[in-house]
Design a protein around this ligand. Sequence first.
Ligand SMILES: [Zn+2]
Length: 225
Amino acid sequence: MFKSNLIPLYMYLGHPMQRPERLYDYVIAEQGIIKRVETPYASADALLAPITEKLIGLHLQPYPLRPLQLKVPRIPGRLLLDVLADARSNIDIEFMYHFRYSPAQGWTVTRPEQAQSWGRVGYSHDPTGVVLDLHSHHTMPAFFSGTDDGDEQGGRFYAVMGHIDHATPQLILRLGMYGHWLYNVPGLALFDDLGPFVDTYVDEAAIYQAEQEDGWFSKFFSWRS
Ligand SMILES: [Zn+2]
């Protein structure tokens, strides 16, 4: 018998599969080991570990990865402008903001109490109902630091804004997949307007190449149709 708190690993033999019932699961398919995430706010699949060897005898099939799907309306761009103005008002401090969604209230944003410093936002617990954690790197570039990796182990969106003293500040966004991340999520996948922000990606060259080859960027918008 399986204990109920175990995360399942499935073999993909080509049959239709249910989405994960408990936040995430793993699938071994022809192309490799896949992690699938299903939260109240988003779903996505990621190929964690490609397998180049044919696993003879298992009859594995290539699993069709699900692109990121947002299950709630996008965040109004004015909320992004609000947090930018707030962060700019005290530019030496690293702030964190929590974006939540409810059907009754729509999107709301709060700045939780925290230990603020130049180095990091001292914040580790897992808040309920938070769809997006966004923190500011004030005048530094937007990127995910090793500290951010350690803090961002949940299944929500994580964003960093950087260069907020510039006219065109940076925004970088990823989806947390419980210890892994789906990188290079365009800001417009989650916000309906980026205002002055420009997207920053982990690997710009690879993104450009992928878009040329198979419309990588446009896949993020399949949920809008
Ligand atoms: Zn950071």
